[in-house]
Design a protein around this ligand. Structure first.
Ligand code: ADP
Length: 216
């Protein structure tokens, strides 16, 4: 079996029942090794809310601010991920779940490396978000859920990508909050009411909440 890469080796006969095909390899570095060299703890901050609620705007502003302070931070954006890693996925419920599953695992790896990962994803279902929280919990990665709570009326008015207009014109189907459901988080770590709060205040509130929770 020499020179045959493990991942394409398919056990045959008696061996097939005994040897797993995928075996995790152990790093010589612990999480503590990585995080202490980064000078911070990694973690996943998950912003959920309707399209145009302000998730990307808030996470981009916080990313910039934390970077200025010398923190290692990365804003992971739903739209950007869909242009690359997830460009094979559409907007059916199955594809949306898969999109979030991949996003969650990417965020987890980045947090494991010691980054504070700010994730802006509509993530409309409670089940999806609780699975992400469980995934992070199982790996000992801090998870902080932020509900960017903006009314559908305000989102429709903002409509920076023109998506609500296209939904109204019947050009796109399954628009969250319009003809596809959004389940508000039942117990988020923080709620930002952007109808009533400026971008600056929303970012400051999130930063303060992370500090209070021991992230910064
Ligand atoms: P999402 O990522 O949730 O789809 P975006 O951040 O792309 O939303 O768009 C939100 C729009 O709303 C931006 O044009 C932003 O400038 C505007 N906006 C107005 N007030 C706020 C606020 N308080 N917080 C966040 N965004 C706001």
């Amino acid at each position: 079996m020499q020179n045959v890469p493990e991942h394409i080796y398919t056990p045959q006969g008696a061996e097939a029942d005994q040897s797993p095909i995928v075996v995790a390899s152990e790093s010589m570095l612990s999480r503590e090794d990585r995080w202490s060299q980064m000078g911070q703890k990694g973690g996943v901050v998950w912003l959920t809310g309707l399209s145009a609620s302000g998730k990307s705007t808030i996470s981009r502003n916080l990313e910039w601010q934390l970077h200025q302070e010398g923190r290692k931070v990365f804003a992971l954006d739903g739209d950007n991920l869909r242009l690359g890693l997830c460009d094979d996925l559409g907007f059916s419920e199955k594809d949306r779940n898969e999109n979030l599953r991949r996003a969650g695992h990417v965020a987890l790896l980045m947090a494991e490396a010691g980054l504070i990962v700010l994730c802006a994803f509509i993530s409309p279902y409670n089940l999806q978000r609780s699975e992400l929280r469980t995934l992070c919990g199982q790996r000992g990665i801090p998870f902080f859920e932020v509900y960017v709570n903006t009314s559908i009326e305000v989102c429709e008015k903002r409509d920076p990508k023109g998506l609500y207009k296209r939904a109204r014109d019947g050009k796109i189907l399954g628009m969250t909050g319009y003809d596809s459901p959004y389940e508000p988080p039942s117990n988020p770590d923080l709620t930002l009411l952007t109808n009533e709060t400026s971008i600056t205040d929303a970012v400051a509130r999130l930063r303060k909440a992370l500090e209070t929770a021991g992230w910064l």
